[in-house]
Design a protein around this ligand. Structure first.
Ligand code: CTP
Ligand code: MG
Length: 230
């Protein structure tokens, strides 16, 4: 049996939410946003959770999140860095495993099915991302705001997290990116594998409810998703 860890990211400052408290701590139906994804991973077949939090928040998260909500499987709580990829890298350095999942704690509604399919995807393909077909037509723009081209919609996917990988593949890709100073424009983990390795990244069917809580409207939408789920 392979050992599977999940890196759950909660070290961002939530600028687009515009609230005083970082969005991962905001209440959603009375429970902090980040608790929902931690509970999903604790219920899944994942063996260990590495929780990455903002510098200075380790003790707070240990007491007020992990202990208060009885989150099992958390093997360590570590401080993240300035950019998302810095936070992921710190998570990767914390603990080795066979498979590693990387998840944005702001994606509070990740289902068990999606987590298990991401693990299977990594076991088969070494690298996979959860994604949904784009409902909108997408345009590629020029830097000055004109349409350059239109990709065929059936080939356009909106990617989510979790993204799941062979640990050694993702660790190697991150090491190379850091050594080569190739972090420019990196917004997800699949991009690190795309840029630094030849391994193709598989798309795994995600879920339209697996939204990322980013702006205040998403909290309202989130409450709707929760009431539909219950
Ligand atoms: N994240 C992190 N470390 C960072 C930046 C982001 O761990 N340096 C995490 C966030 O906590 C979030 C996830 O990565 O769960 C996805 O990032 P995003 O939705 O962009 O969150 P924020 O960066 O916090 O928000 P914003 O971009 O609006 O500031
Ligand atoms: Mg961000």
């Amino acid at each position: 049996m392979s050992r599977v860890n999940a890196i759950v990211l909660a070290a961002g400052s939530g600028k687009r939410m515009g609230s005083e408290i970082p969005k991962q701590y905001l209440p959603l139906n009375g429970k902090p946003v980040m608790v929902y994804s931690l509970e999903s991973f604790a219920k899944s077949s994942v063996d260990g959770i590495i929780l990455v939090v903002a510098p200075g928040d380790v003790e707070f998260c240990q007491k007020e999140i992990v202990e208060k909500y009885h989150i099992t499987k958390v093997v360590s709580i570590v401080e993240g860095g300035a950019e998302r990829y810095d936070s992921v890298y710190r998570g990767l350095l914390t603990s080795e495993s066979d498979i590693v999942l990387v998840h944005d704690s702001a994606r509070a509604f990740v289902s068990q099915k999606v987590i298990e399919e991401a693990i299977e995807g990594a076991e088969h393909y070494d690298a996979c991302v959860v994604a949904v077909p784009s409902k909108d037509t997408v345009k590629i723009a020029t830097p000055d705001g004109f349409v350059e081209s239109t990709p065929r919609r059936e080939l356009v996917w909106d990617v989510q997290t979790p993204q799941a990988f062979s640990y050694s593949l993702l660790r190697g890709a991150y090491e190379k990116m850091m050594a080569d100073s190739a972090q420019e424009g990196i917004t997800d983990d699949a991009m690190v594998v795309e840029r630094m390795t030849d391994v193709p990244v598989r798309l795994v069917q995600g879920d339209y409810n697996n939204i990322k809580i980013t702006t205040p409207e998403d909290l309202v939408l989130g409450e709707k998703i929760l009431s539909n789920n219950s």
